[in-house]
Every structure is written in C-alpha cells, then in structure tokens.
Unconditional design. Sequence first.
Length: 215
Amino acid sequence: MKDIVPLIKHVPARLAVLISGGGTTLQNLAEKCKSGHLPAQIAVAIASNTMAVEKAKEKNPDINVKLINRKDFNTPSEFSDVVFGVIRDSDIDLVCLAGFLCLLDIPDDFVGRILNIHPALLPAFGGKGMYGHHVHEAVLAHGCKVSGCTVHFADQTYDTGPIILQRSCPVHEDDTPEILAERVFTEECKAYPEAIKLICEGRVRITRHSCKIRV
C-alpha cells in the first residue's frame, strides 16, 4: 500500500457528516466550524433513518440534511452507491462518520478520506455490535481503569482502520454506562475536531496500517 496524504481541495474544507442517532457529534462539529476552531464547513449531513433527520434538523436547522434510509436497500453496496453519489455531488473533501451505524463499501476515490470516532480505546472494544452503551457496558464489565475515544480512518470493516489520535479518561468504580458515556463524550468533542484540523493542515500521512502526524 502506498502512503496516502489526504488532500483537501477547499478552504474551508467541505465536510459530509453521516449520522444514525441523536446528532450530538454533528452538533459538536457544527459548533467548532462556526466558532472558527475548525477550518471547515458542513456541506451536507446524511442520515440513515428518519429519526436521525428529525434530531439533526431540530439542533442544526441551517445544515443541509438528506435522508438515505438503509432499510430501502437490499445490500451495503447498493446503499453505499447512493450515499457516495450524494457525497460526490456535494464536492466533499472529508467524510465524518458520527454515530453512523451502517457499514459502507468504501470506493477507491474515498480511501483515506473517511473518518470515524469510536467511544473506546481501539483496538479494545471495537467491532460489530460495539456501539453506544454496548461499548461502555463492556468496558465496565472488564473492570477497565481507563477508557476514552479513538479517531481513525474508516476501512471496509468495523473499527479497524489506521488510528489518527486517541484521548483517554478515567473509569471510576461507581460509574454507570451513562456516566462513563458522558465522560468519554467530553473527550470526543475535543478529539474529533483535532483530528480533522490535523488533516486540513496536511499533517497526517497514512502508511500501511498506521498514521504519522507531522509536528
């Protein structure tokens, strides 16, 4: 595999944010864009179900939100073709998965251009079925003393792409999954914008199965 340096064509960078749930990560990225912390704009949000559309429009009425319902397609390939059609039409630099629960078939022209954030320190507690409260329940069940979040490039399987950065937080003995989720999300709100900013600045290089960050 050749080294990949994600190229950003636009200033500010054009983002597509893909959602399946409450849209809290979308809201965080939108706020960072508006404040100038991120040299980016959200050109389109793509929701995989009607509930996600409603949540996104309620919190971010100025964002262009499109519904592409996963239930309308028989295979991940058919679904992915439509999703990436919208992304290409929107002239997107980076795709940000934000609680997006649908596996995508990533086309060659978007390898190294799709990010995901996972609410644990990968490679632990990743893979199919490891999302939302399931992750935090697993962390607590294993008696972990530290948790956190991971921003990584997405590939063709769940949670296995090259890691860009991670942030950690403590796990307390009296934590519930809900309390731990709040603490981890605080770190997510810092980690995702930081990773996107690094890419926009041209400081991230993918080499084999890892990322190198230029200081």
